[in-house]
Design a protein around this ligand. Structure first.
Ligand code: AMP
Ligand code: MG
Length: 413
């Protein structure tokens, strides 16, 4: 992150420019390790998984019932067949004798010669015979070999952040250990003389440090290891010291607060001493002051101090950087379309990310509502919300307008 492209005095970046800027400067931490597939939830695959087998391996029954040759069934009325064998899941039966049926259970391989399974609800067992009635079609209730996965196919690609169903699929092709990218370590600290830690007694003029908790949760959700350097006072030497420690220990440094250019904001001054700061103002609400840079080649992301701004700027800017570093192939969150359940009469020059809830009206139509306060200090808006509604720059609209929706489930994955 060495070349400085933007002079903050001249221009505010749009949100898209800021994301672009960041992605151009982010790289995958290419280190990998082998882990047990069972321990790989949330990890990012570093080597593709190619199946060495068909899944399922053999044609097998999709039902509990009886299996026979279709040609041995009467076209009309009932058919009575001798039960020649019993095949449970996990066992391979013998070749099916002509004019007989085999008792078969879900998942059991279809015996050679047989081609049709009749579910047990259509069958009646009488001693060693089964009486089959009702409609049967040739090939019924058979799951074909390779129907799910074909031998030689790549079932999972590099960059996949592994979800529960991904682990299941990898296991289904018999792979117990996989190669994943190493977790990235993020060093964090909060800044501000006004901050108390939860558990400390209340003091006049002080507030509790909520950002530390929000940021920790966001990073845990993102699958990062965290080095927490605590709360740093508003002082240049202390900030430089913390920044240096962070750069020595972590893959990324992330801070909250102190990022503006006020007299009590020391982040920029500290990084100016140690490395470079790239960018300062993004035309968005909440969260205008955001800093990106590097300290001894360690990327640095300085989030604002206001609690809602921390939350939103993390989701928009820090998350894509982290995902790139983690080796993910899916960097930006998917945006869904929602209908506004509110008017937005005033146009603003900055893109807004207001906290939203999806509600159903009396006609069963879903629309997005916003919280009563848009203030970047009102953290309650984020706990009330299920996602962010994106309101474009210089736009006003009435109820019913279609807007982008960033769902929290997407942002926390
Ligand atoms: P700053 O960017 O440092 O000027 O902070 C902006 C606002 O966010 C101020 O009202 C701070 O008190 C508040 N703030 C900063 N850090 C935190 C924190 N860790 N927890 C809660 N509020 C904070
Ligand atoms: Mg401050």
């Amino acid at each position: 992150m060495n070349d400085c492209c933007y002079n903050p005095a001249e221009k505010m970046l749009t949100t898209d420019e800021a994301i672009q800027f960041l992605l151009e400067r982010s790289h995958t931490t290419a280190l990998t390790e082998m882990v047990n597939t069972l321990d790989a939830l949330g990890r990012v695959l570093a080597q593709p998984i190619t199946s060495t087998l068909n899944v399922p391996p053999l044609d097998n029954s999709a039902m509990d019932g009886y299996v026979t040759r279709y040609s041995d069934l009467n076209a009309e009325g009932e058919t009575s067949l001798t039960i020649s064998q019993r095949i449970a899941a996990g066992y391979v039966g013998d070749k099916l004798e002509e004019g007989t049926a085999a008792r078969i259970f879900t998942g059991a391989p279809i015996p050679e010669g047989a081609d049709t399974v009749i579910m047990q609800e259509q069958c009646q067992q009488q001693d060693d015979k089964v009486i089959i009635s009702g409609r049967v079609a040739k090939g019924d209730h058979i799951r074909r070999a390779g129907e799910d996965i074909t031998e030689g196919n790549e079932v999972m690609s590099v960059g996949q952040k592994l979800r529960p169903q991904d682990l299941g699929l990898i296991a289904s092709v018999g792979v117990a250990e996989i190669n994943v990218f190493k977790k990235i370590t993020v060093a964090i600290f909060s800044t501000g003389d006004e901050l108390l830690m939860p558990g400390d007694p209340v003091e006049p003029g002080k507030i509790y440090n909520s950002n530390r908790y929000t940021l920790t949760g966001l990073l845990q959700k993102a699958g990062c290891d965290i080095i927490d350097l605590g709360c740093i006072e508003d002082d240049l030497d202390a900030t430089v010291d913390a920044m240096q420690k962070a750069a020595e220990q972590a893959d990324v440094i992330m801070t909250t607060g102190g990022v503006s250019v006020g007299e009590e904001d020391y982040i920029k001054l500290a990084i100016d001493k140690l490395g470079s700061v790239e960018m300062w103002r993004v035309a968005m609400k909440p969260g205008k002051p955001v800093a990106f840079g590097e300290v001894n080649k360690t990327p640095f992301i300085g989030l604002p101090g206001n609690p809602v701004s921390v939350f939103v700027t993390f989701c928009l800017f820090a998350r894509p950087v982290l995902r790139t570093m983690q080796g993910c192939n899916d960097i930006l969150p998917r945006k869904f379309k929602v209908t506004a359940g509110f008017d937005w009469p005033r146009k603003g020059p900055r893109r807004e990310f207001v906290r939203g809830q999806l509600v159903m009206d009396e006609h069963g139509q879903q629309h997005a509502q916003t919280y009563s306060s848009h203030s970047s200090g009102v953290l309650t808006s984020t706990t009330w919300a299920q996602g962010l509604i994106e309101i474009p720059e210089n736009t006003s609209f009435e109820k019913g307008a279609v807007l982008n929706w960033l769902d929290f489930s997407e942002l926390f994955s």
